[in-house]
Write a new protein. Structure first.
Ligand code: GLU
Length: 561
C-alpha cells in the first residue's frame, strides 16, 4: 500500500502539515513549573457538582503555579448538545469564582467567543486541525479507512446513535474482532478509490500495534502507579462526518493547547491505553494525568452511592435556589479536596482559600463523600465571619429572586435589616445561625410584623396567671432607655415577686422551693416578643424592635392568655 497516495485520496483538501500547526501554536512562554490546565466539558446540560470539583482542581493548579487555566468546549456530539448549555456553564462557574484565563468566553452579546492564541476552543470548529493529524497518521501507515454505504450507515444510525463507532460489531465481540479488524486493515487502494467514487462515507481507524498481554507502567498523579494493558483495538479517530472521537480530539487539543496536567474523571481510565498510543504515534509529549474518583453520597440506609445527576446536591443551579453562598460552597469543596485544608484554615482563619497551598498528594484517590450536614457546618462558619453589611446585601439579593415578599421587606429598610444581622457578629465567638440565605427568614423574620407569629408555645406546666403577671409587671416597668443591666434587674425583681428564683444557684440548690426561675420568666418574654423559645439576645432584640412593637406583642400575649 502506498500510504502517501492513500492519504491524498482521503484528505485531498488538507494542505497544511503538523509542522505548520506546531508553528502556529508554539509552546507557551511560561515560568518554570507553571501548569496549564483546562476544563473540557461537553455542553449537554447543567453544571454538576462533579464538574465544579475538577474545575476547581484545574483552576487551583494553574493559578497557584502562575500558569494558565482555559475552557475548551467539547461539542463534537451535536445530537447530545443542549442549546445554551455552554453559556450557562460559563456563568455558573463564574458564580463559584472559577474564571478562565483563556478559551471559550462569553462575549458582550452573551454568546460564546474565543479568547487566546490557541483556539478555536470549540471542538466543532477544529475539524481542519484534526484532519491535518489524521492525514499524517494515514501517511505513516498508522490509520486506515473503513467504508460503509450511506444506506448501511443510515440504518445503523436509526438503531443507535453511536452505531457507526460500533459498526460491523467487532468492538463488542472480541472473538471476532481480531479477525474482522484484520480483514478491514487489508483494504486495497483500488477498493478505497472505488468507495470514494461511489461517495461512500468512511470512518478512520487507528492501526493498533499493542498487545494486551503486555502492560505499560503508568503513573497517575492521583491513582499512583498503574499497569495499563496495551491497546489492540483499532478504535475510531474520525467519524464518518469527519468529526473526531474524544480520544483523537483529546490528544490533538491537549497537545496543541499546551496542557501540562489533564484533570478528568476516572471513567476515562479504561481509555488511557488508547491515549498513550495516540500520543506515541503522533510523537506528542504526554501530559500528566489526574484521574479523579467519582463523588459519593450516602443513601437513606447509610450506604455509599455515586452522586448522580438526579441527586439532590448535584445540580449547581440548585445551590443558588437553596441559598448557598458561593464562598461557602467553594470552602466546602476545599475541605473535600485536601484533607489538611481544615487544619490550615483553623490556623489561618483570615486568609482566603486561594492562599491555601493546594497539594495533589493530599487528594483522596477513592472518592470523596458529599454531605449536606458538613456543607452546612462549613457554611455557617463562613457566614459567621461575614460583615452584617455583606450578609444583608446577599440575603436581600437572594430573597428578591427566590422569596420576593421577604426580599421586599428587607429592601424596604436595609439599615434595619443590617442592625438585625449585626447581632452577635464580630467578636471571637460569632453566632452561627445561618447556613443558607434561605435560613434568614426563619432566624430573623419575627423582626417584621408581617412575618411575626407565635411558633413556640410556653410550656403548659407554667400557670397562666404567672405568665400574665410576669408580662404585665414587665410592661409596667419597661423603659426602652434602660441600660442592659437595669433592664435585667427589673426582670429579676419581677421574678422574685412571683415566687420564682432570680438567683440560679439558690434555685439549683432547692428547685422545689420556687415556682420557677429567672430563665423561665425571660422565656415568657422571649416567646411573647419573638414567638420563639430560642432567639438572639432578648435585650438587643427589644432595642431593635423598638418600644411600640415590644409593648404591642407583649399585650397581645397577655390578651391571649
Ligand atoms: N468532554 C469530556 C467529558 O466531559 C472531557 C474529559 C476531559 O476532561 O478530558 O467527560
Amino acid at each position: 500500500m502506498n500510504f502517501d497516495q492513500l492519504a491524498e485520496m482521503l484528505f485531498p483538501n488538507v494542505t497544511e502539515t503538523p509542522e505548520d500547526l506546531e508553528r502556529r501554536y508554539p509552546p507557551r512562554n511560561l515560568p518554570e513549573g507553571a501548569k496549564v490546565t483546562r476544563f473540557a466539558p461537553s455542553p449537554t446540560g447543567f453544571v454538576h457538582f462533579g464538574g465544579l470539583f475538577p474545575s476547581t482542581i484545574g483552576e487551583r493548579l494553574a493559578h497557584q503555579s502562575g500558569g494558565v487555566f482555559y475552557l475548551r468546549i467539547e461539542d463534537t456530539d451535536a445530537k447530545r448538545e443542549v442549546e445554551g448549555a455552554a453559556e450557562g456553564l460559563i456563568r455558573t462557574l463564574a458564580h463559584y469564582g472559577i474564571h478562565f484565563d483563556e478559551g471559550a468566553i462569553l462575549g458582550a452579546d452573551g454568546k460564546i467567543c474565543d479568547q487566546g492564541a490557541y483556539g478555536p476552543y470549540r471542538q466543532s470548529e477544529r475539524a481542519e486541525i484534526y484532519h491535518v493529524y489524521a492525514k499524517q497518521l494515514v501517511k505513516a501507515g498508522k490509520a486506515y479507512p473503513v467504508f460503509t454505504t450511506q444506506e448501511e450507515l443510515d440504518a445503523l444510525n436509526a438503531v443507535d446513535k453511536k452505531a457507526e463507532i460500533k459498526s460491523k460489531n467487532w468492538q463488542e465481540d472480541s472473538g471476532n474482532r481480531a479477525e474482522e479488524q484484520q480483514k478491514q486493515r487489508e483494504i486495497t487502494i483500488e477498493e478505497v478509490a472505488e468507495n470514494l467514487r461511489a461517495g461512500n462515507p468512511f470512518v478512520l481507524r487507528i492501526l493498533a500495534d499493542g498487545d494486551p498481554e503486555k502492560k505499560i507502567p503508568f503513573t497517575d498523579l492521583i491513582k499512583g502507579t498503574l499497569e495499563i494493558p496495551e491497546n489492540d483495538e483499532d478504535f475510531v479517530l474520525l467519524k464518518s462526518d469527519g468529526i473526531p472521537t474524544y480520544h483523537f480530539a483529546h490528544a490533538v487539543d491537549d497537545h496543541l493547547m499546551g496542557t501540562t496536567h489533564v484533570v478528568r474523571g476516572e471513567e476515562w481510565l479504561p481509555s488511557l491505553a488508547k491515549h498513550l498510543m495516540l500520543f506515541r504515534y503522533l510523537r506528542f509529549k504526554l501530559p500528566k494525568y489526574l484521574h479523579i474518583a467519582q463523588i459519593m453520597r450516602l443513601d437513606e440506609n447509610g450506604n455509599k452511592k455515586k452522586l448522580s445527576k438526579r441527586d439532590m446536591g448535584a445540580n449547581m443551579d440548585d445551590y443558588s435556589r437553596m441559598g448557598y453562598a458561593p464562598a461557602c460552597v467553594c470552602e466546602y469543596i476545599m475541605t473535600l479536596l485536601n484533607s489538611n485544608y481544615e487544619e490550615w484554615h483553623a490556623q489561618n482563619p483570615e486568609k482566603p482559600y486561594t492562599e491555601f497551598p493546594f497539594n495533589i498528594k493530599k487528594m483522596s484517590n477513592s472518592g470523596c463523600l458529599f454531605d449536606f450536614n458538613k456543607l452546612n457546618d462549613v457554611s455557617k462558619n463562613v457566614i459567621s465571619k461575614m460583615t452584617a453589611e455583606e450578609v444583608t446585601s446577599q440575603v436581600t439579593e437572594w430573597a428578591l429572586q427566590f422569596d420576593p415578599a421577604f426580599g421586599a421587606l428587607l429592601q424596604n429598610d436595609p439599615a434595619y435589616a443590617q442592625t438585625i444581622f449585626a447581632i452577635g457578629r464580630g467578636g471571637k465567638k460569632p453566632r452561627k445561625d445561618l447556613a443558607t440565605w434561605a435560613d434568614a427568614k426563619g432566624y430573623m423574620g419575627f423582626f417584621f410584623d408581617e412575618l411575626f407569629r407565635i411558633e413556640d408555645q410556653i410550656d403548659a406546666t407554667f400557670e397562666k396567671t404567672d405568665i400574665r403577671k410576669a408580662l404585665e409587671e414587665f410592661l409596667a416597668t419597661y423603659d426602652p432607655a434602660d441600660e442592659m443591666q437595669v433592664w435585667f434587674d427589673k426582670i429579676k425583681a419581677i421574678t422574685d415577686k412571683l415566687g420564682y428564683a432570680s438567683d440560679m444557684k439558690a434555685y439549683k440548690a432547692d428547685p422545689a422551693a420556687f415556682r420557677g426561675n429567672v430563665a423561665d420568666v425571660s422565656m415568657f418574654l422571649r416567646v411573647a416578643v419573638t414567638g420563639k423559645q430560642n432567639a438572639p439576645d432578648l435585650y438587643t432584640v427589644m432595642q431593635i424592635l423598638g418600644e411600640g412593637r415590644v409593648r404591642a406583642r407583649i399585650q397581645k400575649m397577655i390578651d391571649s392568655l
